[in-house]
Design a binder for this molecule. Structure first.
Ligand code: 1AG
Length: 135
């Protein structure tokens, strides 16, 4: 049985989002707004199928994938790039590799208690986010 990521998760911390956005080439004005956000993750998981919504007052991002199945990702409303994206299980961690124009791009999710962790990587930058499960 894989880990259960289902639920609504609210951001509690966001370390080095600025560096991550700079590595993605996000412009100054957008970064200033994006840094202030406290997004929410709404995750629906059925076995290896995931629907992950990242919701904020500024923009939303929608991701749907099946673990182990590579897909074409377009990061609409983020940096608007195209990636060949593959998510795999590493024990109970979700490990994502986003092949494309940017080197070393991807993310890792895991759960500890009522907290959801997300590390976003691009080039030499790592952004560390923590979310807490909503009641
Ligand atoms: C993701 O999470 C990333 C979801 O795939 C969005 C997180 C960070 C934003 C990425 C780059 C910044 C680009 C532009 C800034 C503009 C708006 C920020 C809006 C933030 C909320 C959408 C992994 C997984 C789902 O949970 O795929």
């Amino acid at each position: 049985m894989p880990a259960d990521y289902n639920g609504t998760w609210n951001m509690v911390s966001n370390d080095n989002f600025e560096g991550y956005m700079q590595a993605l080439g996000i412009d100054f004005a957008t970064r200033k707004i994006a840094k202030m956000l406290k997004p929410q993750k709404v995750i629906e998981q059925k076995g290896d199928f995931f629907h992950v919504q990242t919701l904020s007052s500024f923009r939303n991002y929608n991701a749907e994938f099946t673990v182990g199945v590579e897909f074409n990702e377009e990061t609409k409303g983020l940096d608007n790039r195209k990636c060949k994206t593959l998510v795999t299980w590493d024990n109970d961690r979700l490990v994502c590799v986003q092949k494309g124009e940017k080197n070393n791009r991807g993310w890792i999710h895991w759960i500890e208690g009522d907290q959801l962790f997300l590390e976003l990587s691009c080039e030499d930058q790592v952004c560390k986010q923590v979310y807490k499960k909503a009641d």
